[in-house]
Design a protein around this ligand. Structure first.
Ligand code: NAD
Length: 351
């Protein structure tokens, strides 16, 4: 029997990482999946309850900013591949605490790249896959799309830190021959997302009859992708993407925040058996986020043509699955919205 390949997934206890860990553990039995996560406020092992006892899964608690720890771990385990999600991921938090984004997203990524270099010499099929965001490209006007060749122009400390980490990955490929792939994806939504991001925040607030804070005039536009469709794209890129290439991933699904909120409100009214229009009354316009990008939209034709990927669910189907998940997982929601979350929420929306 062949020894399983060892795949390291960083940040696998977070939102997107947990879906990819589950997918790899359940559908790629030829791998042993190591999930390395330091469990910040966004990391939650409850996201992985159903796979925690699988024989091809191991959780490792550890911090990617600790280079000695990483070097020892890579020396011991000799991973065959890395899929790197671990990051500080919330734009609003990057505005109040940019340095922690530099530490985790830039320094942490460079530590992982350094630890990977030794393995490249021992194993020619080693691959480093860096998960990134479309926010590195900056803002679009009313028209146009981000392609893989759009120049980087990040506007928030979050996107600047992700842009920097993308550049380091590329530079390690050019300078040291590290075999890498990068993908830049639009906004994700779905089960397990921490309720500081728009969709789960609004679902939670509607359940609790709390205001729905919309930045500025609500006309900010994002391209939304269901998280399991992102996980499917990541699986394809990890296995079939060309070394040294970048792939843009998007939902072909642009929504102005205000229109998305109205759709969500009407779906929630139905689910909660409330009078039509009662959730919409919770919409509240708040002072705009500084440096707020007007519009992001991805041209995902490269991954579509080269790897045959396209989203499997419509936005309405994905939103319905998401709402159902939050309504069924009230214990999960209670756990993550107690304690530190309340402090954060007060500071962010009630000051
Ligand atoms: P998340 O905040 O839900 O999860 C991040 C995970 O990383 C958490 O489990 C956290 O504990 C872990 N982590 C943070 N610092 C760490 C450290 N120093 N060492 C080890 N683990 C650490 O994030 P997410 O939304 O799942 O995003 C995952 C990745 O995908 C990020 O790199 C993000 O930039 C990228 N991305 C996210 C989106 C989106 O819409 N959420 C879109 C495109 C790209």
């Amino acid at each position: 029997q062949k020894t399983p390949k060892k795949i390291l997934i960083t940040g696998g206890a977070g939102f997107i990482g947990s879906h990819v860990v589950r997918r790899f553990v359940q559908t790629h039995k030829q791998y042993h999946v190591y999930n390395l996560d330091t469990l910040t406020y966004a990391g939650n092992l409850e996201n992985l309850k159903d796979v925690e006892k699988s024989p091809n899964y191991t959780f490792i608690k550890g911090d990617i900013t600790d280079d000695e720890f990483l070097n020892d771990l890579f020396f011991q385990k000799k991973f065959d591949g890395v899929i790197h999600f671990a990051a500080e991921s919330h734009v609003d938090r990057s505005i109040s605490d940019p340095l922690s984004f530099v530490k985790t997203n830039v320094l942490g990524t460079v530590n992982l790249l350094n630890a990977s270099l030794d393995l490249v010499n021992q194993n020619p099929s080693f691959r480093f896959y860096h998960i990134s965001t479309d926010e590195v490209y900056g803002a679009l006007g009313e028209a146009g799309f981000f392609t893989e060749t759009t120049p980087y122009s990040p506007n928030s400390p979050y996107s600047a830190s992700k842009a920097s980490s993308d550049h380091f990955v590329r530079a390690y490929g050019e300078t040291y021959g590290l075999p890498y792939v990068i993908s830049n994806c639009s906004n994700n939504y779905g089960p397990n997302q921490f309720p500081e991001k728009l969709i789960p925040l609004f679902i939670n607030n509607i359940i609790q009859n709390k205001p729905l804070p919309l930045y500025g005039d609500g006309n900010y536009t994002r391209d939304w992708l269901y998280v399991e469709d992102h996980a499917m794209a990541i699986d394809l890129i990890f296995h079939k993407g060309k070394t040294g290439e970048t792939y843009n991933i998007g939902g072909f699904n642009e929504w102005k925040n205000i229109d998305l909120t109205k759709l969500l409100c009407s779906l929630m009214d139905k689910k909660l058996d409330r009078k039509i229009g009662s959730s919409e009354k919770l919409m509240t316009f708040v002072k705009n986020r500084p440096g707020h990008d007007l519009r992001y939209a991805i041209d995902a034709s490269k991954i579509n043509k080269e790897l045959g990927w396209k989203p499997s669910v419509t936005f309405e189907q994905g939103l319905e699955k998401t709402i159902d998940w939050y309504l069924e997982n009230t214990v999960w929601l209670d756990h993550v919205t107690s304690g530190d979350y309340m402090e954060y929420y007060k500071k962010q929306y009630q000051s």
